[in-house]
Design a protein around this ligand. Sequence first.
Ligand SMILES: [Zn+2]
Length: 219
Amino acid sequence: MSRTHVPNSDTIEAHLKPPKRTPSGAQEDLLALQQAAGNGAVATILDRQPDAEMAAAGGGDQNVAPAMPGPRHGLVILPELDAIYAAMKAAGHPTRIHTGFRTLDQQIQLYAKGRSFATFKRDIEAAVKAGIVPQATCTEWVDHFDPAKGNRAMPAGEPNEVTWKFDSRHLTGEAADVVHATLAWGASPAFWVALKEAAIAQGLQIGPPSSDLAHVQRP
Ligand SMILES: [Zn+2]
């Protein structure tokens, strides 16, 4: 079987996201349903959409593995993620990729979140010594946040730090943050237990740290 018939995941994600501009009738119906029946019913309806998309895309190949929606670019763990998507769906948990591949610059900006300039500078300079971050990149970002050189405040945490590494597996496409299709990080504890089991079944792991419940990566 071929993966070439898997429709563009961005298209699917666009349908799963809450309306940002002009809500369509269908989206308004969903919002009304959400208020009337709770998130469970809406999740069930939204969960059907990728299949509908796939049929609409005209692939017609019933054997093509359904693709986990979201930003798939640059990820090398897509077969595992698609298997997790199928297993989670079968258990009643719709999933999507929230974050996949990241550049080093994106990772550095995330690392800055929730940290003081002094801590950020100390850590990124240690990463240079460890051969993880190029000196020129370090200098550029230290200068960027240096209060003595500009007026750029360190970015706020959410509410604390959001990452602990400069060499995250996101940079090699070996990690993705997988969340509930509609509730994101607000999913039930049962969702996260099921995600962990589905990830382990595919040879992947949650975290580190293990408290980073959405982070799925190669061990
Ligand atoms: Zn992650």
